[in-house]
Write a protein that binds this ligand. Sequence first.
Ligand SMILES: Nc1nc2c(ncn2[C@@H]2O[C@H](COP(=O)(O)OP(=O)(O)O)[C@@H](O)[C@H]2O)c(=O)[nH]1
Ligand SMILES: [Mg+2]
Length: 341
Amino acid sequence: MSDHSLTDQQPGDQQPADQQPGDQQMVDPQLGAGADGQPTEPNFHSGFVTLFGRPNVGKSTLVNAMVGTKVTIVSDKPQTTRTTVRGVRTRPDHQMVFLDTPGVHRPRTLLGERTNQRAIESLAATDVVCFLVEANTQIGPGDRFVADLVHKSDAVSRIAVLNKVDLATHDQIGEHLGLLGSGELGVFDAYVPISAQTGENVDALLGELLAKLPIGPQYYPDGMISDQPEAFLAAELVREQLLEGARDELPHSITVTVTEVEERVAKNGDAVLAMRAVIRVERDSQKGIVIGHKGENLKRAGTGARIELERLLGIKVHLETHVRVDPDWQRKAHALDRLGY
Ligand SMILES: Nc1nc2c(ncn2[C@@H]2O[C@H](COP(=O)(O)OP(=O)(O)O)[C@@H](O)[C@H]2O)c(=O)[nH]1
Ligand SMILES: [Mg+2]
């Protein structure tokens, strides 16, 4: 995969230790490059905030809301988030690094087991864990399973977040807060009802987080909003588009990788980012569904992803899509390794 960076910023010694030098990260085009190994300011708070919860409770939506732009994909299909994505929010007085985890669930495949493991690992050494539940559904065994893990973690603070209040009645919200407050799911440092989608009360949650974060260094440079390369975002946006309208086993059967990234100059002199996305499915029949009648579904997905990518990166994008059948890619460990899961 070729390297590409949208700014002249050199990823270097200011990166956290687990960053590979030469990795390309998503940079906010509005802000440009920044920090070079800034010292810790006495009034600067920073830390790692892990979002934890059942699939579909709105973790990815909340990370995007707190970062202020889309860094991780959202869908109504469970297990959309497969890897832990870090979203970064930097303000004059703080930096919050959000870890968007795959939802925790009982695993059915090797991929499922690995995504669970990733989620649990991300709880280690984090400053705050936000435990998310939905205001519009009953708190169930799935939530209790997750709450247990939250209390087993060595996070310094734990916040219970009641999401999707826009879909719930006052009574439902009251009931949920009552249950959470009773300590039946363990004791939390704060209980915050929000809507990640409408933004309602997200500021209050940010205030709680800030109050819990220690004085600390700026881990990521100004303007950096994600630890993921833009090729990863591109692949994820294609997958997000394909998940829309996908049914049954298909959402689990799709994986997308961007195999080539190249910056070119168009005839009119504008920079163009050319990318090649390979979509893998498990069966021939799924390939047909992904491509769609006269190629319409694939075209819709490719165009949708490209438009969003152009908006997020602030550059013109050419996106080529290919579909391949790779039977049982999920179950083959070597395939998972090859694809980076
Ligand atoms: N109405 C409403 N929908 C939400 C809210 N937060 C998330 N969603 C929706 O819930 C679904 C799952 O969200 P997502 O962020 O992917 O959940 P995750 O699996 O926990 O990351 C998506 O369809 C979101 O648009 C919210 O506060 N209100
Ligand atoms: Mg998610």
